[in-house]
Structure formats: C-alpha cells, structure tokens
Ligand binder design. Structure first.
Ligand code: RM4
Ligand code: MN
Ligand code: MN
Length: 397
C-alpha cells in the first residue's frame, strides 16, 4: 500500500466508525435567557424535528439516530411512543438516547432527585422509570440524565445529604434498566444553579455512576467545564476506567455556550478524538461511545449549523486517525518533546478534505453537504410550510 492509500484507508475506517446522534431540540427555536429570536424554518413538532434530522442524515450518511427530550418530544409519555417510532422509521432514522426532563416542572424548583421533599424525589424517579419504558419501546440503549439540581446560596442546601438522595435515586433507576440499556450521567459545574450543582464535575459523575450500578457511565458534554480545564485528560481517564459513556458535542468560549463544534477551538475536539483513537488502537476494541450533539445556537440556521457540526466532527476524527501511535509512543519514551508534539500538530494541520470527500462519494452522499443542502430547496420548502404558524415568544420577565 502506498502511503496515500494508507491515509485513505485510515480515514475511511475512522469515518465508518463515527456515527453522530442529532438532538431533536437542536432543530427547534432556542435562545438565551434574555430571549429567543425565532426562525421561520425552525421545527416545532416532533414530526418537523425528525424530518430535519432525517434531512441531515440523508446528506451526511452518518447521523442515523435522534436524541429526544421526553417532555418536549414525547409529552404523553410511553403512550405516544408508537407514533414517534413509526415516524422515524418512515424517515429512515431511529430514536437514539432518551433524555428525561427533570428541570422544567414547577415542582423541581429546589431540585429533582436531590430535592429535600421525598414526594418530589419520588416523582423524579417515576419520570425516569417512564423514560426507561420509553427507551424500551423505541429500542434505545441510552437514558441520558442531566440534572439541574443544585443551590444558589451558601448554606441553603445540605450537600452531603443531597448526594445520598441522589445515589438512592440513581440506584433505584438503575435497578429498572434492561440488561442492554445504559444510564449516562452528565455533569455541569453551574447553571441554572449558581452556588453548587449536585453533579458538578466528572469526578462526582464517576462516583455516582459507580454507585448507581454496572450499566451506568459518565457523559462528557464538552461545554460543561470551567475555563482552562483539560477535557481530553478527563476523557483519557474515563476511558482508562472504562466509565466513559459518550459525549455531548458543542464548543464554548466562556460558559456553557452550546456553539457549533470546533467553532472556537477545533484543536480541543481533535485532541479528544486523538485520545479515543489511541485508546482504541492500544486496547484493540471500540470504546462503545455515544457521540451526541448538544448545541443550541440562537442565530445560525438550525439545519446548516447541524451540518457544520457533523462535518467538523468528521474532519477532526479523520485528522486524529492520521496520528501514528507507534511513532508517538517512541517519541514519548525518549521524551522527544518537539517530535512528539509535532506528530499531533502535523496530523491536525493535514488537509483531510480529499479523503473525506472520497468517503462521502463512496457512501453516495454529496461531497459538500452544506452546499448540497442549500441547493436542495429543503429550507425554502419548510420556511414556506412553517412560517405563519408562530407562537408567542416568551419573554425574559
Ligand atoms: C443542559 C445539558 C443537557 C441538555 C439541557 C437542555 O445544559 O447540556 O444535556 O439536555 O441543557
Ligand atoms: Mn448536554
Ligand atoms: Mn449544555
């Protein structure tokens, strides 16, 4: 094999293995806490969200599943699942991770699984058990749990007591999982709670996942860290512990900005892909990760932004596949700092677009999905169909 063939083969394998899950909520109007700027083409119903997701999959061939947020997408609980499943089948996609909603109901204002009121904790557990049933009916593997639990002022919450309640709740939930289901525990250091959050970082998520049971794993949302945190180190440690369940991809500059992946720091996302590729090549087994997007751009076109993130993930994974692990190991053993670093830098700087385009052509999808989307007429059609049925915009106060 020539080295060009070898490069093409490596990138091809990396792209074959990368399936990215789209978030239903990424197609809907979202905003900042100061307001929403509505887009005439944004999806409102689950039909529209799934339709838009199917369009992204049609153009990229790498997004066969859609994550749903139960309260927004399956509001009638397990009863409304059949329609959603049928719809996704018609569109050639599947329902992916099931996201319970333990943060919007009025009763959760002091927390859900860590609420001091046992009735509220009970209601939160019941909701997640409903989600497990929904996941069974949709054939989804992952229940992806993010809690808004926390407190806003020092002294207002018993931090250790809340941890016990949380552990109890997660253990009960875990007992109801089917053997092929997983519970993903997501962490976030702040917002909406601004003094303490009950699952603030990866260490807390790891301890809770371990306490919950053997089918629980940690979910890393790339935007849920303090400034300057070394995210790829967290990824490497969780992989080493066999406790990484998957990702919520997005980029950030200041806080949980939920920007499109790689828009601020593509090298960061590349380094994450590198740690995964290194782990997989050393262990000889796939890391069983769910690659999900969790972005919430207020102003970019919803579908365009989703295509951007998907394409960016593919490009960065392709670049990470170019790292020569054997050579990297040698340079590291000799502490050849510049040479070791250059292996990563060179891979990152390589133009992988020719190979990515080859892969797309071989899959029968457009070489440039963004341009293809713009030429498809899809946006014009949904803009026509969806405008004029706008709801009232909720205001900040
Ligand atoms: C949170 C977190 C969760 C997402 C909610 C809507 O910040 O990222 O994953 O479900 O937002
Ligand atoms: Mn998230
Ligand atoms: Mn987030």
């Amino acid at each position: 094999m020539t080295s060009a063939d070898e490069t093409r083969a490596r990138i091809g394998r990396a792209l074959d293995a990368l399936q990215i899950e789209l978030p239903s909520w990424g197609f809907a109007d979202t905003g900042t806490r100061f307001g929403k700027f509505l887009q005439p083409a944004a999806a409102v119903s689950i039909e529209e969200k799934l339709g838009d997701a199917a369009e992204v999959h049609r153009l990229t061939a790498c997004c066969p599943t859609v994550a749903v947020h139960v309260r927004w997408d399956v509001p009638d609980g397990p009863a409304s699942v059949e329609t959603v499943v049928r719809l996704s089948q018609q569109l050639g996609i599947r329902i992916g991770s099931i996201n319970p909603n333990l943060f919007e109901d009025q009763r959760y204002k002091h927390g859900s699984l860590a609420n001091p009121d046992p009735d509220v904790r009970g209601a939160a557990v019941t909701h997640v058990l409903d989600c497990i049933e929904i996941a069974r009916r949709t054939g989804s593997r992952d229940i992806s749990l993010w809690l808004a639990d926390g407190s806003n002022y020092p002294g207002t919450a018993h931090i250790r007591q809340r941890r016990r309640w949380l552990e109890d709740g997660l253990q009960t939930i875990h007992r109801h999982l089917a053997s092929d289901q997983r519970l993903l525990v997501e962490y976030k250091p702040f917002e909406p709670a601004f003094y303490h959050t009950d699952i603030a970082d990866w260490g807390m998520a790891l301890l809770l996942a371990r306490a919950a049971g053997p089918q629980a794993r940690v979910l890393v949302d790339t935007g849920h860290h303090y400034q300057a945190q070394n995210v790829e180190q967290i990824v490497a440690w969780l992989l080493d512990e066999d406790m990484l369940g998957g990702f919520h991809f997005n980029d950030r500059r200041y806080a949980d900005d939920d920007l499109t992946l790689g828009s601020i720091d593509p090298y960061q996302a590349f380094r994450i892909f590198h740690e995964i590729a290194l782990f997989e090549s050393e262990t000889g087994r796939p890391a069983a990760l769910a690659y999900m997007i969790d972005q919430s751009h207020n102003l970019k076109g919803k579908i365009e932004a989703m295509i951007q993130t998907v394409a960016t993930a593919q490009e960065l994974a392709a670049k990470a596949a170019l790292v020569d692990h054997r050579r990297l190991g040698e340079e590291q053993r000799q502490s050849a700092l510049v040479d070791a670093e250059e292996i990563l830098r060179r891979a990152f700087m390589t133009d992988v677009m020719p190979e990515v385009r080859d892969w797309r052509r071989a899959r029968g999808v457009p070489e440039d999905p963004l341009t293809a989307f713009r030429e498809s007429g899809y946006l014009e059609r949904i803009t026509r169909e969806r405008s004029g049925r706008r709801r009232a915009v909720s205001s900040y106060a």
